[in-house]
Write a protein that binds this ligand. Structure first.
Ligand code: NI
Length: 446
C-alpha cells in the first residue's frame, strides 16, 4: 500500500469514527475539537515522509543486528535511545532486556501496547542492503518491524499526550521465541494497573494494507512433554531377565495416537505428535530406559489442559502393563507451556472497528485459527486484550515467504500503518474505558 492510500484511509478514521461510535454504548466519541485535533495529529505524524524514513532506519538497524531471546541488549539500547530523544520516560531493565515506557496523564485508565524484540537462530538467505550482519541469526518473524511500529506509535502518542485521557503503557518485551518473555514481564509487574492490552504481528499471508484476526480462540496453546520410561536393562538374548522399556515406549506411542483420532471432537482441533525417541546403544543390549517426547496443541483452554492430563494417563497405563515406571517433564528448558491465545470479544470488536475505519471493511479479514502459538497469550490470561495480524505481503517487496523462513522479508510500507493502528486503538480505547468507568460510578451514585 502506498502512503497516499494510507492517507486516505487515515482520513476515513477521522470522519467515520465519530459516526461509527456515536451510538455505541462502550465508546464515547463526542465530536470535541480536542478529539479532532488528536486525530489530525495521528494523520499528520504517521504520514510524514520523515516518520517513515525514521521507522525504516530503526527497523533496518535492528534487522542488521539480530539478537536472540534474552540477548536483546543492543535492541533495547536502540529503543531507549529513541525514547530519550522523544522525551518519553521508561523503566529498564525489566525481564533482563525489556523496556516499559508510559505516555499520557499518568493516571488510569491504563492501556498497554506490546512489541516483542527477539530474533531467530536462522541464517538469512535474502540478499538486500540491510541483511543480517550476524552469522546464523536473523529477524525472520518481523519482530524488528514490531519494535519500529511501536516506536512509531510512541512518537505519535507523544504529540498527543496532552489530549490523552489516561496512560498508554508501551511494553517492549524480550524472548517471545522462547515463550518466556511475556511471563517474565508480567512477573515484573508490566501489567500493573493495565486494563487492556493490544499487539500486532506482521503476517505475510495477508497483503499490505490489511488486518486479520478473530474473536475468541485464535492461536493454539502449545506444550511439550518428555517421558522417561525406566525398565531393567540386560542381555537381549535373555529377555526374561530384563524389563524392556522399548516395548513400553512403543505401546505408549501407538496408544497416544488414539487420543486425537478416537477421543477428541473432530471440530475441536487438537494435535499430539511424538517427535523424539531416544534409546539403546547396541544390538544385543536391552536398555535401562527410553525417552519419548513430543508436542501437544489445542485452541480451547479446557481441551489443552485435558490433553496434558490424558497424555500422562495413556503413557502411565501402557508403562504399567509392561511393567516399567515413568517420570514426566512438561516444562522442558526453552519450551514452556504457552496457553491458547484467546482474544477478548469486546477488545477485539473495538480493534476491528478501528481497523475497518482505517483500512476499509474489505481490508479487514476474519482470520482462520492458526495451530501456531504466541506468548502474547500470557498477557491475555491476565487481562482482556487482542492480537491482530497486520498484512505485509507484497510481490514487489518480496515479502511472500512465511515467518521463520530464511527467505522471510517484510514490506516496510506496513510500518506507518502499524504505528497508526496502535495509536488509534490506544487513544480510542482509553476513551471507551473512561466512559465505561464513569457510567459505572454514576450507577453507584444513583
Ligand atoms: Ni513472531
Amino acid at each position: 500500500m502506498d502512503l497516499l492510500h494510507f492517507s486516505i484511509f487515515i482520513s476515513v478514521i477521522v470522519f467515520s469514527h465519530r459516526n461509527c461510535y456515536s451510538n455505541s454504548e462502550s465508546i464515547s466519541y463526542e465530536s470535541s475539537s480536542e478529539l479532532k485535533r488528536a486525530r489530525d495529529e495521528i494523520i499528520r505524524v504517521a504520514n510524514l515522509p520523515k516518520t517513515l524514513t525514521w521507522m525504516k532506519k530503526i527497523r533496518r538497524e535492528i534487522h542488521e543486528n539480530p539478537e536472540l531471546s534474552y540477548e536483546e541488549f543492543g535492541t533495547s539500547a536502540i529503543i531507549r535511545q529513541e525514547l530519550d530523544k522523544l522525551g518519553i520516560a521508561y523503566q529498564w531493565p525489566v525481564a533482563r532486556t525489556g523496556v516499559i515506557a508510559k505516555i499520557g496523564s499518568g493516571f488510569s485508565p491504563f492501556v498497554a501496547l506490546r512489541a516483542d524484540m527477539d530474533a531467530l537462530p536462522i541464517q538469512e538467505m535474502v540478499d538486500w542492503e540491510y541483511k543480517s550482519k550476524v552469522k546464523g541469526k536473523m529477524h525472520a518473524c518481523g519482530h524488528d518491524a514490531h519494535v519500529s511500529m511501536l516506536l512509531g506509535a510512541a512518537k505519535i502518542l507523544q504529540q498527543l499526550k496532552t489530549s490523552l485521557q489516561g496512560t498508554v503503557v508501551l511494553i517492549f518485551q524480550p524472548a517471545e521465541e522462547k515463550g518466556k518473555g511475556a511471563q517474565k514481564m508480567i512477573e515484573e509487574k508490566a501489567l500493573e494497573n493495565v486494563e487492556a492490552i493490544f499487539s500486532l504481528h506482521t503476517a505475510t499471508q495477508f497483503p499490505t494494507g490489511t488486518i486479520a484476526s478473530r474473536p475468541g480462540e485464535f492461536l493454539a496453546g502449545m506444550g511439550v512433554f518428555n517421558a522417561k520410561i525406566r525398565g531393567k536393562g540386560g542381555h537381549a538374548a535373555i529377555p526374561q531377565a530384563s524389563i524392556d522399556p522399548i516395548l513400553a515406549a512403543s505401546a505408549s506411542i501407538i496408544c497416544l495416537q488414539s487420543i486425537i483420532s478416537r477421543e477428541t471432537d473432530p471440530l475441536d482441533s487438537q494435535v499430539v505428535s511424538v517427535t523424539k525417541v531416544h534409546a539403546g546403544t547396541a544390538y544385543n543390549i536391552i536398555p535401562d530406559s527410553v525417552e519419548v517426547g513430543g508436542t501437544f496443541r489445542a485452541f480451547k483452554k479446557k481441551s489443552f489442559n485435558a490433553l496434558k492430563e490424558r497424555i500422562k494417563e495413556v503413557i502411565r497405563a501402557q508403562v504399567a502393563v509392561h511393567p516399567c515406571t515413568v517420570e514426566f517433564q512438561f516444562f522442558v528448558e526453552d519450551y514452556p507451556m504457552i496457553p491458547p491465545t484467546v482474544n477478548d470479544h469486546k477488545v477485539f470488536e473495538h480493534a476491528r472497528q478501528v481497523s475497518v475505519d482505517m483500512l476499509g471493511e474489505k481490508n479487514v479479514y476474519t482470520a482462520p485459527c492458526f495451530m501456531g502459538s504466541e506468548d502474547f497469550a500470557f498477557y491475555l490470561d491476565h487481562i482482556p486484550g487482542t492480537l491482530l495480524l497486520v498484512g505485509t505481503r507484497s510481490e514487489e517487496a518480496g515479502s511472500t515467504h512465511p515467518p521463520h523462513s530464511p527467505h522471510f522479508a517484510i514490506d516496510e510500507d506496513v510500518l506507518p500503518i502499524g504505528a497508526a493502528i496502535h495509536v488509534a486503538f490506544a487513544h480510542s480505547y482509553i476513551l471507551s474505558l473512561r466512559s465505561r468507568n464513569l457510567s459505572s460510578k454514576e450507577e453507584l451514585v444513583v
